[in-house]
Write a protein that binds this ligand. Structure first.
Ligand code: BGC
Length: 478
C-alpha cells in the first residue's frame, strides 16, 4: 500500500512524499476555486424547488417539466466539451472567471424569465457554466496543490458541490411559499458567482500552466508561495524537465498509446460514478421515498434533506481519509457499500407487500447508507483521479473528455431512470445499479491507480515508461 510513510522526497521529486501541514495560501486559493463547485451543486439542486412552482404557474406538462430539469445537463455537456481546450489555451484561472460570469448572467437571466422558453434557454446557459467549473476547478486545484495534500484540496470541490446541493434545498424551502419565489431561488446564485469571479481576479494562475507558457518567473513566484522558497527552485526544475518532453495538447496527441490507460481510467471512473445511480437519488429522492410508502410529499422532501446532510457529512469524512488511507481503499469500501445498500433497496421493493410499513424505513436506511458510501468514494475520487492522471500539456483537453463523459452519462441515467423502473420494475432497476457497482469494484481492482502522495510529474513519467496503472504509487520512483 501507500506511500506516506515511505518517503520524504522533496515535492519536486519523483516518488511519494510525506504528509506535512497544509499551506494557508494554497488552502485559500483552493477554497476560493471550490466556490465553483458550490455553484455546480446549487444549480443542480435548485431546480427541484423551481419546477414545483413554475409547473403550476405556467401549467407545464410532465414532458415540459422534464425538459426544464434536464436542460442544464445539455448545457453542461456543451461547456465540458470546450472547457478543457479553453483552459489549455487561455489558462485555468481565466476559464474559472468565465464560468463565474456565465453563472452570474445565467442566474439573473433565469430569475427574470418572461416565458418558459426563456427559462429553458437560461438553464442551458447555466449548464455551460457548470460544465466549465466541473472540469477546470479540479484542474486548477490539482496543479497548485502540493502532492501530499492534493487529495483533500481537490476534494474541497466535491465538498462544495454537496454543500451547494444542500444549500439549494434550504433556499428552495425558504422561498417555496413566496409569490414568484422561484425567481429568488435563481437570483440567489448571483452571490456565489460574484464571490468566485471577483476572488479569482486576485489569485494566480497555476505554476504548471505558467511554465508551459514559458512564464518561468511568474511560475517561480507562485511556487514560492505554494511550497516555500526553499523548495521552489527544485520544484520549478522538475516542472520544466517534465514540460520539455511535452506535447502541444491536440486531440490527436491524446491518442498516443502510452496515454490510453489514463483515458480509459478517466472515462471509466465517470461511467461508474454515474451508472451506479447517484443522480436517481439526487434528482428523484422524493419520488423514491413516495414509491417506498411515504404518503405525504413533505415527509418525502424532509427525508431528501437528510440525504443531503449525509452527503455533506460523509464527504468531510472522505476528505479526512483521502490522503491518509489513499484513493483505492476508499473506492473499495465505498463501492462495496453502494452495492450492498442498492441490493437491500431492491430487495425491499421486491418484498414491499410483505414488509408493509417497514419497507419505507428500509428504503430510507439503505438510501442513506448508499449516499454515505458514494460520498466517501466515487463522489470525490472520480473528479480527483481525473485531475491527477494526465500530463500537463494535455491535462485540460483530457479532463475535458472525462468531464464531458460524466455529463453525458449523467444525462443518460436521468433520462432513463423512470422508464427503467417501468421496464424492469423497482427491484430490477436498483439491482441493475448494484450489478454495475460490482463491475466498478472489478474496474477499480484492475485499472485504478493509487495516486496518494505521488507527484503529477511522476504519474506522467510512469505512463511514458509504459507502466501499468495498478503499479503506480506501489513501486519505488522510476
Ligand atoms: C457528481 C454529481 C452528483 C454529486 C452528488 C458529484 O460528484 O458528479 O453527478 O450529483 O456528486 O453529490
Amino acid at each position: 500500500m501507500g506511500s506516506a510513510g515511505r518517503g520524504s522526497a522533496p515535492t519536486g521529486g519523483a516518488g511519494p512524499v510525506s504528509v506535512g501541514k497544509t499551506n494557508h495560501f494554497v488552502t485559500f486559493v483552493a477554497t476560493l476555486a471550490a466556490v465553483g463547485g458550490f455553484l455546480f451543486g446549487y444549480d443542480t439542486g435548485v431546480i427541484s424547488g423551481v419546477v414545483v412552482l413554475v409547473k403550476s404557474q405556467w401549467h407545464l406538462s410532465s414532458s415540459m417539466q422534464e425538459i426544464v430539469v434536464s436542460a442544464v445537463l445539455i448545457g453542461a455537456i456543451i461547456g465540458a466539451a470546450v472547457a478543457g481546450k479553453l483552459a489549455d489555451h487561455h489558462g485555468r484561472r481565466k476559464v474559472i472567471i468565465a464560468a463565474a460570469v456565465v453563472f452570474f448572467v445565467g442566474s439573473i437571466g433565469t430569475g427574470l424569465s418572461p416565458s418558459i422558453e426563456w427559462l429553458i434557454a437560461g438553464r442551458v446557459v447555466i449548464g455551460v457554466a457548470i460544465g466549465f467549473a466541473s472540469c477546470v476547478v479540479p484542474l486548477y486545484i490539482s496543479e497548485i496543490a502540493p502532492p501530499e495534500h492534493r487529495g483533500k484540496l481537490v476534494s474541497l470541490n466535491q465538498l462544495a458541490i454537496t454543500i451547494g446541493i444542500l444549500g439549494s434545498y434550504g433556499i428552495d424551502r425558504a422561498f417555496a411559499d413566496v409569490e414568484n419565489g422561484w425567481r429568488y431561488m435563481f437570483f440567489f446564485g448571483v452571490i456565489p458567482a460574484l464571490l468566485l469571479g471577483i476572488g479569482m481576479l486576485f489569485v494566480p494562475e497555476t505554476p504548471r500552466w505558467l511554465v508551459r507558457r514559458g512564464l518561468v518567473d511568474r511560475a517561480r513566484a507562485v511556487l514560492v508561495r505554494a511550497v516555500g522558497p526553499s523548495k521552489a527552485d527544485a520544484e520549478l526544475a522538475t516542472l520544466q524537465a517534465a514540460m520539455a518532453t511535452g506535447q502541444s495538447g491536440s486531440l490527436r496527441e491524446l491518442l498516443v498509446p502510452w496515454l490510453r490507460p489514463a483515458l480509459i481510467i478517466g472515462v471509466g471512473l465517470m461511467f461508474f460514478q454515474q451508472f451506479t445511480g447517484i443522480n436517481t437519488v439526487i434528482y428523484y429522492a422524493p419520488t423514491i421515498f413516495e414509491m417506498a410508502g411515504f404518503d405525504s410529499a413533505s415527509a418525502a422532501i424532509s427525508a431528501t434533506v437528510i440525504v443531503g446532510v449525509v452527503n455533506v457529512l460523509f464527504t468531510v469524512v472522505s476528505l479526512w481519509l483521502i490522503d491518509r488511507a489513499g484513493r483505492k481503499p476508499l473506492l473499495y469500501v465505498g463501492l462495496a457499500g453502494m452495492t450492498l445498500s442498492l441490493t437491500v433497496l431492491g430487495v425491499a421493493f421486491a418484498a414491499q407487500a410483505s414488509l408493509g410499513a417497514l419497507a419505507k424505513w428500509v428504503a430510507v436506511g439503505s438510501l442513506m447508507a448508499y449516499v454515505a458510501a458514494f460520498a466517501i468514494s466515487l463522489g470525490p475520487i472520480a473528479w480527483l483521479i481525473m485531475s491527477e492522471i494526465y500530463p500537463t500539456n494535455v491535462r485540460g483537453t483530457a479532463m475535458g473528455i472525462a468531464t464531458l463523459s460524466n455529463w453525458a452519462f449523467n444525462f443518460i441515467v436521468a433520462m432513463t431512470f423512470l422508464s427503467l423502473i417501468d421496464g424492469l420494475g423497482r427491484p430490477g432497476a436498483f439491482l441493475l445499479y448494484a450489478a454495475l457497482g460490482v463491475a466498478g469494484l472489478v474496474f477499480t481492482r484492475l485499472y485504478v491507480p493509487e495516486t496518494k502522495g505521488v507527484t503529477l510529474e511522476h504519474i506522467e513519467a510512469h505512463w511514458r515508461a509504459g507502466g501499468r496503472p495498478i503499479d503506480l504509487g506501489r513501486k519505488p520512483a522510476l
